[in-house]
Design a protein around this ligand. Structure first.
Ligand code: HEM
Length: 477
């Protein structure tokens, strides 16, 4: 098919019938299928219309590099995301401040994510999971079935809150905080992203919940300041963020600390929840992998395994590789978006992307491309066995030489560049501890046709289609 360039120099525009709606529906229903079919027609770089916005998709490792490595003068994440995130996180943080402030905020957050804190987190996370399993109505008796979407959101928020967020937040989740979280979460959806100006009925509840949740954290800061020796003095994120100042001397207000805590809660919750759910589905699909994980755990922690410790996680390559593999197949974030601030030149195709457009990277597309991963549709954690330990953090060999984990990689579930995720290690600790505990307690299988359910793209992140159930059987009934 001959491609006609209407606007010479600009990337080709995906064919559509209706000017404003453009490709909104096809993209929204299955972004990866939409990207793949247009990649065939137009190549790695093309533009589509999303509710009047011009979105230029940049595929492949080079596309990832182009978007994620964009210069500050060329691209802005805050202009792409702020209308979604600011009402939820609150003002003055993340995308509601200049980029240099975000960079400092991320540095402060990172200070709270150290090996020392992770060591204290593992037993707390395990305790939460064990307690949850004990009390949950879905795990009564020796065998049963559980719709994962009914339990995993709670398992992730309980574990993240007991560790990273602090004991008081976990305790509050048994009370009014849970409803606040629920109301705030209502604001974190594609409709709010696409129609930020529309007065959705949930907006008032979202805004009230944001204010109340911020007040909760501010009161907590106050309480901790007055009683620094209280039992709450565990090494959590709130202690780490309190009483910090920016390089230029400006103090971070308690409200900003509260808003950062909310941002961390939201950023970690959806991503970890989705990943844990996909993990359990794929483990139920492959009981032989569960058997291997169990053997790996027994080899490190003993036949009748002793309590899991942070150090054990690093000695379990298969456990880490199942997480890697699930994030390859189901990265929670399918579209990473930036607003173009000054014209960007795509050298390989000699296109110019004008200011006012958005650019979109989809590392999840290259991670499922046969060019980089053989049998890309197969869940095979062993494909990562060959990655040498010292390369694991930095470089991967995808079959065409070592590729840095920098921006030009086909595998970037945590993004790259200045907006790269700061939560990767925490996520690995959280997911590893949750999965290890489930593997100790159960064996799994998939009900029905034995197939992992397909993805559902209707929320902000890529989730499995409901009910995403698995069958479980207790090892020690
Ligand atoms: C950024 C993925 C867990 C906090 C990102 C980005 C991705 C990502 C792709 C880049 C977004 C962009 O460039 O626009 C994930 C995945 C997770 C995860 C797959 C778990 C499986 C977490 C957790 C936290 C967190 C647990 C907090 C403890 C953040 C923060 C940013 C970020 C603060 C920086 C945003 C920016 O600089 O613009 N994450 N994340 N993430 N993530 Fe995560």
């Amino acid at each position: 098919q001959q491609i006609v360039f209407k606007d010479k120099g600009k990337p080709p525009v995906v064919f559509h019938f209706f000017p404003f709606f453009g490709s909104t529906v096809v993209y929204g229903m299955d972004p990866y299928a939409f990207f793949a079919s247009n990649q065939e027609k137009y190549g790695d770089v093309f533009t589509f219309i999303l509710l009047g916005k011009k979105m230029t998709v940049c595929l492949g490792p080079n596309g990832n590099d182009f978007v994620l490595n964009g210069k500050l003068a060329e691209v802005s994440a805050e202009e792409a995301y702020t209308h979604l995130t600011t009402p939820v996180f609150g003002e003055g943080v993340v995308y509601d401040c200049p980029n240099h402030r975000l960079m400092e905020q991320k540095k402060f957050m990172k200070f709270g994510l150290t090996t020392e804190t992770f060591k204290s987190y593992v037993p707390l996370i395990v305790e939460q999971v064990e307690d949850y399993i004990k009390k949950s109505k879905y795990f009564k008796g020796p065998t049963g079935s559980v719709p994962l979407m009914n339990i995993i959101p709670e398992v992730t928020i309980f574990t993240a809150s007991r560790s990273l967020q602090g004991k008081e937040v976990r305790d509050a989740l048994d009370g009014s905080f849970a409803a606040l979280y629920h109301d705030l979460d209502l604001g974190f959806n594609p409709m709010n992203f696409m129609f930020p100006w529309f007065p959705f009925p949930g907006n008032k509840r979202r805004d009230a919940a944001q204010r109340k949740m911020a007040r909760f954290y501010m009161d907590l800061i106050d309480k901790r300041r007055k009683d620094p020796n209280a039992a709450s003095k565990e090494k959590d994120m709130l202690w780490n963020l309190m009483d910090r100042s920016y390089k230029d001397g400006k103090e971070i207000s308690d409200r900003e600390v509260a808003h950062m805590m909310i941002a961390l809660l939201m950023a970690g919750q959806h991503t970890s929840m989705a990943t844990t759910t996909w993990l359990l589905l794929h483990l139920a699909e492959k009981p032989e992998v569960v058997a291997e994980l169990w053997a790996e755990q027994q080899a490190i922690c003993g036949q009748d395994p002793r309590p899991l410790a942070y150090e054990d996680l690093a000695k379990m390559p298969l456990l880490n590789n199942v997480i890697r593999e699930v994030l390859r197949m189901h990265p929670p974030i399918h579209s990473i978006i930036r607003k173009v601030k000054s014209p960007m030149h795509v050298k390989s195709q000699n296109y110019v992307i004008p200011a006012g457009y958005h650019v979109l990277a989809a590392p999840g597309a290259s991670a499922m491309d046969e060019k980089y991963f053989k049998n890309a549709n197969e869940f095979d954690p062993h494909r990562w066995d060959e990655v040498e330990e010292e390369d694991a953090g930095e470089k991967f060999d995808f079959g065409y030489g070592l590729v840095s984990k920098g921006t030009a990689s086909p595998y970037l579930p945590f993004g790259a560049g200045r907006h790269r995720c700061i939560g990767e290690q925490f996520a690995n600790v959280q997911l590893g501890s949750i999965i290890a505990t489930f593997v100790r307690t159960f064996t799994f299988s998939l009900p029905g046709d034995g197939k992992v359910p397909g993805p559902d793209y209707t929320s902000m992140i890529t989730l499995p289609t409901q009910p995403a159930a698995i069958n479980w059987k207790k090892r020690n009934p």
